[in-house]
Design a protein around this ligand. Structure first.
Ligand code: UDP
Ligand code: MG
Length: 188
């Protein structure tokens, strides 16, 4: 199976590129951010708890996210592979994912890190905020999300470098240019 992690700071293009990867490689999509937003919309208990963190630009606690992910993985049958979008966001989540996949006789094929500078991230997210309706696409929350990314999420890069599955992808350019880089990295 082809199991791909699409990684990068908020606004780096994970969701956009995931759609293209799915279309080309036929993978199942797991976006923890999308699952959380669906829970919020459904006004579930999980959604109500998660909204508190998301609106502050903070991370939903590891135990909640890991449980949610395990449920989602259990629901997948005969997939050709999975694209993990926006997960793992902490080293503890990366370790939990490794264990969950090991139990299934699987592993991560490649971790793709979309590299985008801070100015570009902020400008993309502010632009998205004009139409996304997302409660966290405003300047104050965007800056908080980037700070949380730097402090809590960027150490995940070191984890996958040690695993030997890390690949950096230049995340600036047209959507198709970036997708070409991603396709080449997956096919390598
Ligand atoms: N979030 C989280 N854990 C996850 C996914 C999302 O805590 O595994 C929360 C977090 O508050 C984050 C927000 O949901 O800022 C939006 O996540 P998403 O991945 O959609 O945003 P992106 O980083 O792609 O802009
Ligand atoms: Mg996203």
């Amino acid at each position: 199976m082809l199991n791909v992690i699409i990684f990068g700071p908020p606004g780096s293009g994970k969701g956009t590129q995931s759609e293209k990867i799915i279309a080309k490689f036929g993978l199942a999509h797991i976006s923890t951010g999308d699952i959380l937003r669906a829970e919020i919309k459904a006004e579930s208990k999980l959604g109500k708890e998660a909204a508190q963190f998301i609106n502050r630009g903070e991370l939903v606690p590891d135990a909640t996210i890991i449980g949610m992910l395990e449920n989602k993985l259990n629901g997948l049958t005969d997939a050709k592979g999975v694209i993990f979008d926006g997960f793992p966001r902490t080293v503890a989540q990366a370790e939990a994912l490794k264990e969950m996949l090991q139990k299934r006789g699987e592993d991560i094929s490649v971790m793709l890190n979309l590299e985008v500078n801070r100015e570009e991230l902020i400008s993309r997210l502010l632009k998205r905020g004009e139409t996304s309706g997302r409660s966290d696409d405003n300047l104050e929350t965007i800056e908080k999300r980037i700070k949380v990314y730097e402090e809590q999420t960027s150490p995940v890069i070191g984890f996958y470098k040690t695993e030997g599955t890390y690949k950096g992808i230049k995340g600036v350019g047209t959507i198709d240019e970036i997708f070409d880089r991603i396709s080449n990295a997956i096919e390598e």
